[in-house]
Design a protein around this ligand. Structure first.
Ligand SMILES: [Zn+2]
Length: 268
């Protein structure tokens, strides 16, 4: 703690550099917010995925129903041919009584089956037609969404180009800035920023902390004015960067050893 007071006085000299870092960080924050506001098309991508799923579902149903349609038509055509043959044999080929009975039973069975098939085919027609409309609708929706998505994505790429270039620049600037700041001060600043969503550092030239807008105690104001060590707001913990008038410490402030001890052990 005895050497700490020396270091802390030196840390005050680094506050302007820390303030420059803060400006960089604030700009990065602004740009990231701005970037997050720009539509990257993810909402439309989800719409498109849903439209494609509906289209695939309609197509699958159509395929299944058309396959049934083909099977039934083949069966129907086969039955019709067989009926032709049965009729022919019954009337033209003078079958025996036993044969004639069998042929008539066949004709009766095939007639019943043909009725069934006709009903089933009608039912399939009734289902296929709306499915075809649905598929056309889904195709149109998908095509529209695809077109809209490419526009949104192209706009996004165009709009973030400038932002991303500036972010890269700021990143490089930040890396150059952090090496000029004492690690202990930098770590404190970053901890405050991350923990509280606070700026981390605030410039003060009066009696108010500009981060939390509370009034500073007279004691804190004297500490800031005499500039012996880095101070943090007693209310919000933000590092206070004094840019107001400086004044010489009085003997009791200079020798305020107890305060140093308490703060050093309590803060770490
Ligand atoms: Zn504050």
């Amino acid at each position: 703690m005895r050497i700490a007071s020396l270091n802390e006085a030196a840390l005050i000299e680094e506050l302007p550099a820390l303030y420059e870092l803060l400006l960089t960080d604030l700009r990065v924050g602004e740009l990231l917010d701005e970037r997050a506001e720009i539509d990257d098309g993810s909402g439309k991508e989800a719409d498109l995925a849903r439209a494609e799923a509906r289209l695939a579902e309609a197509e699958e149903q159509l395929t299944t129903r058309r396959a049934s349609q083909i099977d039934l038509r083949l069966e129907r055509d086969g039955l019709k041919e067989r009926r032709e043959r049965d009729q022919h044999r019954l009337w033209q080929e003078a079958p025996s009584v036993h044969e004639a009975e069998a042929l008539q039973a066949n004709l009766q069975a095939s007639a019943l089956r043909l009725d069934e098939i006709a009903t089933q085919l009608l039912d399939l027609d009734n289902r296929i037609e709306p499915l075809e409309h649905q598929r056309e609708d889904e195709q149109r929706t998908r095509d529209e969404l695809q077109a809209e998505l490419s526009v949104v994505q192209a706009n996004f790429a165009e709009q973030v180009k400038g932002i991303d270039a500036e972010l890269r620049e700021l990143h490089a600037r930040r890396q150059a800035q952090v090496v000029t700041i004492a690690p202990v001060l930098l770590a404190r600043y970053e901890l405050i920023r991350s923990r509280r969503g606070d700026p981390g550092l605030v410039r003060v030239d009066g009696d108010t902390c500009e981060a939390c807008h509370t009034q500073l105690t007279n004691y804190m104001q004297r500490m800031l004015q005499t500039g012996q060590r880095v101070q943090q707001c007693e209310n919000c913990n933000t590092i206070l960067y004094w840019v107001g008038e400086a004044r010489r410490p009085q003997w009791d402030e200079e020798l305020d050893g107890e305060e140093l001890v308490v703060d050093d052990s309590g803060d770490e």
